[in-house]
Design a protein around this ligand. Sequence first.
Ligand code: AMP
Length: 108
Amino acid sequence: MFCKIAAGQIPADVVRETGTTVAFRDINPQAPTHVLVIPKVHHPDAASLAAAEPGIAADLLREAGQVAGEEKLESYRIVFNTGSGAGQTVFHAHAHVMGGRGMQWPPG
Ligand code: AMP
């Protein structure tokens, strides 16, 4: 499904786009700012992306920082849920960029 968002085939609230990534607002936000950054290429999770295409993994992290800057987040969290036991529900690599409220540590 995120492949279709990357291809522009299903709508999303896109906040940034580069040649290799798309950033869009999470449909079910868990923080005042909750943006997902995805690679346009398909890999099932962040580690797989980094192993196969490290340059695009770096693009993803750079874009996460750009989103945080544009959203004026002084503190924020970048989350990569990996595996269903950790809460991953969409098996296309994505970074959650979350901020705008206090963050607990350790996360649940
Ligand atoms: P995860 O559970 O880590 O795999 O994260 C998947 C995220 O994608 C969840 O936070 C969902 O709310 C979000 N999501 C699912 N479908 C869409 C969509 N069509 N547009 C925006 N966010 C979505």
